[in-house]
Design a binder for this molecule. Structure first.
Ligand SMILES: Cc1cc2nc3c(=O)[nH]c(=O)nc-3n(C[C@H](O)[C@H](O)[C@H](O)COP(=O)(O)OP(=O)(O)OC[C@H]3O[C@@H](n4cnc5c(N)ncnc54)[C@H](O)[C@@H]3O)c2cc1C
Length: 467
């Protein structure tokens, strides 16, 4: 009788967790009571702090009175990732290990070719596997495949957005449409995470293979090393928290006036950390919310972090053409098609652009900022992409060049924000039609002359002179 009551309580708790709005049940069924632990399959949310997916795994483990174990296994074949990205990822691993240790959670680090989740689960026999979410097509396909292969239930948790992206149900067509929908949910989701400790410690079976967190996981991998690591950004949760603190102390209070000045440090520079999941958008938003700074600056920042970032996630989640020209709205297709045959007095090859060999020193500086530091300021990113449209034989080619260069050099590349920024710049996605002009049609134009007058462009060009 007593046993049944306890069992019911456990099942109630697991049921409560599985119907959480952040959770998607990918493989249903009751967690195996004979399993040895609950596994968190870490992919997108590479942190042990403020991680809703890890939180679900730990709470499930505690309900089952079993240990929680994180399984993290990087692979060298993520599309368009190179040595620069992997070094940043690797720098974050010791911080993950440290946070997990403090929370009494086990950690298994493997790498290609020992990266198989199913093989790991066969070795360890978990009661339940919890993963995180990433709307991009490759990681989504890995989750679907894991759901077919695993013999335990698989839940995934939308851990890197503030409002779970599935709640928006369909594509949102503009920032002003998604904004009130997100705002309406903030009371429910913008709340301090619990960071629950695991109640039962995990004892690693001696024969179970796991790498030391300090191991250089890229060693021996055939990565594209033509894009080297950068010294301007160091990966990891600790560094992300330091940058956040610095931004709140010195940048947030002037964000409204300085955020469009690429020659000064006026923004958070947190995008690489948000991309790799080294910091949670919840951590950032909560810290900004409670900071002592003018309301309009906080509002402007949260508009980027929440409205624009989650609009980008929405685009990737609901539009399979998120990274190509086909994601354009009908008005943009029409206007660009009607200017397809316009004379293009200046044409550059992708190679010339990649090497910053254009006549435009502001554009070259933007390209070099990205090549040398792994990051480009938002204001010049818009100009940079629009000029690629100006100088390419067709909008479709311009789109692909922008995607390739962005994904290759930006530490925050290969991200929903990147595809949305390129779509906004080149095909007017989430923008509106402007005045008709050659090549661009009704796509908003940015001239070098007027863009360069809005900030100290001479200084910016000096700071990022070739090479
Ligand atoms: C052509 C183009 C390409 C871009 N490529 C990327 C990319 O590959 N990866 C990427 O993360 N961002 C990209 N962006 C969006 C934006 O430029 C960067 O997120 C921002 O510059 C990062 O700097 P920060 O962290 O200092 O931003 P902050 O101004 O401090 O903003 C805080 C956070 O809000 C989010 N954010 C800010 N601006 C935007 C925006 N316009 N759209 C969506 N989210 C935003 C980011 O997560 C950012 O880290 C691109 C924009 C354009 C126009």
């Amino acid at each position: 009788m007593h046993c049944t009551a306890v069992h019911c309580k456990v099942m109630d708790e697991l049921n409560r967790l599985s119907i959480d709005s952040r959770v998607t049940v990918r493989r249903s069924g009751p967690p195996d009571p004979a399993g040895t632990c609950v596994v968190y399959w870490m992919q997108r949310a590479q942190r042990g702090l403020d991680n809703p997916a890890l939180e679900v795994a730990v709470q499930a483990a505690n309900a089952l009175a079993k240990p929680a174990v994180v399984f993290f296994a990087p692979v060298p074949f993520y599309p368009r990732a190179n040595l620069r990205h992997y070094r940043f990822l690797a720098q974050g691993i010791p911080d993950i290990a440290e946070s997990l240790r403090k929370r009494n959670i086990g950690f298994v680090l493997r790498r290609f070719p020992e990266h198989s989740l199913t093989k790991f689960c066969e070795e360890i026999r978990p009661s339940l596997v919890v993963g995180d979410e990433n709307p991009m097509r490759e990681p989504e396909s890995w989750r679907r495949s894991a759901a077919k292969k695993l013999s335990t239930p698989l839940w995934t948790v939308d851990a890197d957005v503030i409002v779970p992206s599935k709640l928006l149900e369909k594509a949102q067509y503009a920032a002003h449409i998604i904004r009130p929908r997100l705002q309406a949910q903030l009371g429910r989701f913008l709340v301090p995470p619990k960071n629950t400790k695991a109640g039962v410690a995990w004892r690693k079976p001696p024969a179970l293979q796991s790498l030391d967190p300090e191991f250089e996981i890229t060693q021996g991998w055939p990565l594209d090393a033509s894009v080297g690591p950068v010294s301007d950004f160091r990966g990891g949760t600790n560094e992300a928290l330091r940058l956040l603190k610095e931004f709140i102390a010195h940048g947030l209070g002037t964000y409204g006036v300085k955020r469009n000045r690429p020659e000064v440090v006026g923004t958070s520079r947190l995008s690489p950390y948000l991309h790799f999941g080294h910091i949670s958008p919840l951590t950032v938003a909560l810290a900004v919310q409670k900071a002592d700074a003018p309301n309009e600056d906080k509002k402007a920042f949260l508009n980027q972090l929440i409205t624009w970032r989650e609009l980008a996630v929405n685009l990737v989640r609901f539009d399979p053409n998120y990274d190509n020209f086909e994601c354009a709205e009908p008005w943009a297709h029409r206007t660009l098609a009607s200017h397809a045959k316009d004379n293009r007095p200046v044409l550059y090859s992708e190679r010339q652009m990649e090497h910053a060999e254009t006549h435009d020193s502001l554009w070259n500086a933007a390209q070099m900022q990205m090549v040398n530091t792994g990051w480009m300021h938002n204001y010049v990113r818009m100009y940079w992409a629009k000029k690629i449209l100006h100088w390419s034989p067709s909008p479709a080619e311009a789109y692909q060049i922008a995607v390739r260069l962005n994904d290759k050099y930006q530490l925050d590349g290969r991200d929903p924000n990147g595809y949305t920024g390129i779509a906004w710049s080149i095909v007017g996605k989430f923008d509106r039609p402007w005045f008709e002009r050659p090549i661009f049609g009704q796509i908003r134009y940015m001239s070098g002359e007027s863009t360069g007058k809005k900030f100290d462009s001479k200084k910016y060009i000096q700071q990022n002179s070739v090479p």
